[in-house]
Design a protein around this ligand. Structure first.
Ligand SMILES: O=c1ccn([C@@H]2O[C@H](COP(=O)(O)OP(=O)(O)O[C@H]3O[C@@H]([C@H](O)CO)[C@H](O)[C@H]3O)[C@@H](O)[C@H]2O)c(=O)[nH]1
Length: 389
């Protein structure tokens, strides 16, 4: 009886209370939000989820995972890389072993020819290149080295991308193979670029015609996208593609943020815009089984508007009666079909980071550090992958 009275009183009291809107279910607080589902972001997410037991939300504004390494089957049924050829190579056994958890591999060593003076010759320049170009019969490393030394121009301080090539192989080879290509690629003369850009491409006195000499060179057997899907397939990871971080960040809560996107954009460009250089990819499918003698043919002359053309079947080993190729047209502007050239961006980001590290700690310094670190990871992965293009 007493309790019935108490219940009735409580109901009366409840009825008299003003009706407030029910609080909305709080959005979950993530242990980590990872922005970008490319190499850096996916690896960070996988490690935090699988090794650290963290609940991770991965966002990517593109409609797919795998970042610039994304691949897909085109209308003809040929596996293509949307953002240009990605060839995996590394000297790190750890990196290779780690990725091998998510993919089998197809052994592949990339070879590139350059069209110079109407001939297709190996690039990086090697003994065969010199013999073909100059009608020589250099048979030993020593002979090739002596030939190059006779052409090399001494440079007091090797600082620029022009210096590093001219001082090693002379002006004629520099102009044939590097000057036009670099001017197209970067929109700058090699004399305006740091030496590290062209120093990435060695000159050989041997007849080794591989583009890379790393210990591990291979392609993911079922493609990059499949490898990334497996990496991100973890109960602690939620992936949302087609979602722009800057549009949803205010509705999210996190303990750690891993941001692998453009660093200037993260800060709303309030420190200015970084000088991105981009590529427009022109994809074509041809009614022939093979189009090129090697995976890539470079066009270093300035008259040709693209820098290189690549044929995917060389990379993937796919057997198909038709073939798909991609032409790379350097471009100053970003469009949805481009891939940013990351090294310059990363360098600027690292410079900003170093500058920031010297400043006293502030509330935002953790964010800065996270961003710089992930940008660095992005750069390193890119560097070990193929160097970012
Ligand atoms: O014929 C050439 C080639 C290159 N350069 C200059 O050297 C720079 C570095 O070249 P590279 O490392 O080849 O540049 P990129 O990042 O675009 O190359 C990647 O693409 C693939 C592969 O080459 C596909 O065919 C590879 O995985 C990566 O190395 C370049 O920027 C030029 O300035 C040149 O002058 N002439």
């Amino acid at each position: 009886m007493r309790s019935l009275i108490a219940d009735a009183a409580r109901e009366k009291l409840d009825a008299a209370r003003p009706r407030l809107p029910r609080p909305r279910a709080a959005s979950p607080r993530w242990d980590a939000v990872v922005v970008g589902a490319g190499f850096a972001g996916a690896v960070m997410a996988e490690r935090m989820a699988a090794d650290g037991g963290k609940r991770v939300l991965v966002l990517d504004r593109r409609p797919h995972v795998a970042g610039n390494a994304h691949d897909r089957t085109d209308a003809a049924g040929i596996l293509v890389h949307d953002y240009g050829p990605h060839i995996f190579h590394t000297n790190s056994e750890d990196v290779f072993a780690y990725l091998s958890r998510f993919t089998d591999w197809r052994p592949y060593e990339h070879r590139v020819l350059a069209e110079v003076k109407g001939k297709l010759v190996p690039m990086p320049i090697n003994r065969t290149t010199l013999n073909l170009l100059y009608g020589l019969d250099l048979t030993t490393d020593e002979e090739a080295a002596a030939f190059l030394a006779s052409r090399a121009e001494p440079v007091a301080r090797v600082e620029t991308s022009e210096d590093v090539v001219v001082s090693a192989i002379g002006r004629e080879l520099y102009e044939l193979f590097f000057r036009g290509y670099t001017r197209k690629q970067w929109g700058l003369d090699p004399s305006e670029l740091d030496r590290s850009v062209t120093a990435r491409v060695p000159t050989r006195t041997s007849v080794d015609d591989r583009y890379f000499t790393d210990t591990f060179q291979a392609m993911p057997a079922e493609g990059y996208t499949r490898m990334f899907e497996r990496m991100l397939d973890h109960p602690n990871i939620e992936v949302r593609t087609g979602v722009d971080f800057k549009e949803v960040q205010h509705s999210l809560q996190w303990d750690h943020l891993v941001y692998t996107g453009p660093i200037d954009e993260y800060f709303g460009h309030r420190y200015g815009k970084l000088p991105y250089r981009s590529l427009v990819f022109r994809h074509e499918t041809l009614d022939q089984e093979q189009a090129l003698p090697t995976g890539t043919v470079n066009h270093p002359d300035e008259a040709t508007p693209f820098t290189r053309v690549s044929e995917f079947k060389h990379l993937t080993g796919q057997v198909h009666p038709r073939t798909s190729v991609v032409y790379e047209h350097p471009s100053p502007r970003a469009t949805p079909t481009i891939r940013s050239l990351g090294r310059k961006t990363a360098r600027c980001s690292i410079a900003i980071w170093r500058w920031r590290q010297r400043r006293p700690t502030s509330a935002s310094s953790d964010g800065w550090r996270a961003i710089a670190t992930t940008t660095w990871i992005r750069w390193s992965v890119r560097h070990s992958r193929h160097g970012g293009g």
